[in-house]
Design a protein around this ligand. Structure first.
Ligand SMILES: Nc1ncnc2c1ncn2[C@@H]1O[C@H](COP(=O)(O)OP(=O)(O)O)[C@@H](O)[C@H]1O
Ligand SMILES: [Mg+2]
Length: 224
């Protein structure tokens, strides 16, 4: 059984009495231990698809299944809190907290069973992702863009979920930093068994995935 599935999903905007379809009858499934990229031009619906997979919005038709269960039945809030993590292009960190405090935020909210010493977990995750102890104690706006995105990745790992999604996570980074972040995603999938789903418009990132999905005119296809 797939870990995450979209089944016959439609999404559209109502424009007068017209429906402008962003996604049409989209069916796709995702497994553990694989790194997926969703490629498509600006405006092709990548963010829309990710927001449906992450329960930030609901499909107009069809369903999203996590471990075979409709996420609406699981409950959108519970699903977002306990089952997935998202990484955004603009990091979305809390500016008045340190890196280590940012990583602990989702740990305070989740029902997932985690080690008691949450602070130690945060420092360990940051260390794993390449943020040294002195940087971990800095306010996040005193870190570079690449470092802030690493903090966001550590935060995504903090609740020990299976699914990590990212929306154009390297869009604000230079090429070298971009490759380092992509290498982290590969390692999360291949060494730690995560299901990693990254939305991008960059072909050089997309081609490094185990599976490349291409979104065009509302239709999602395996990339040829
Ligand atoms: N609130 C909205 N009303 C109407 N159209 C919208 C709205 N939000 C997004 N769109 C349109 O939906 C399409 C898909 O957007 P999006 O999923 O953000 O694409 P991508 O992430 O691939 O750039 C775009 O054409 C965008 O203009
Ligand atoms: Mg987008």
């Amino acid at each position: 059984m797939a870990l995450l599935e979209a089944k016959n999903v439609d999404y559209f905007y109502q424009d007068g009495d017209q429906r402008r379809f962003i996604l049409k009858d989209t069916t796709v499934s995702f497994e553990k231990g694989r790194f997926y990229t969703i490629l498509g031009q600006s405006g092709s619906g990548k963010t829309t698809l990710l927001s449906l997979l992450s329960a930030l919005d609901s499909p107009k038709a069809g369903e999203i299944l996590y471990n075979g269960e409709n996420i609406q039945k699981i409950g959108y809030e519970k699903y977002r809190r306990d089952d997935i993590s998202i990484i955004f292009q603009s990091y979305n960190l809390i500016p008045y907290l340190s890196a280590a405090e940012n990583v602990q935020v989702p740990m305070a909210i989740t029902d997932n069973k985690l080690p008691d010493d949450k602070k130690a977990v945060a420092y360990n995750l940051l260390d794993y992702i390449g943020i040294t102890r002195d940087k971990a104690d800095r306010l996040v706006n005193q870190l570079s863009g690449g470092e802030q995105q690493r903090v966001a990745i550590a935060r995504a790992l903090a609740t020990n979920v299976d699914i990590i999604m990212a929306d154009e996570p390297t869009g604000n980074l230079d090429e070298e930093m971009e490759q380092e972040i992509v290498d982290i995603f590969k390692e999360l999938a291949h060494k730690h068994g995560k299901c990693v789903i990254v939305v991008t418009h960059a072909n050089e990132i997309a081609q490094q995935a185990d599976d490349v999905l291409y979104l065009r005119k509302g239709v999602l296809k395996t990339h040829e």
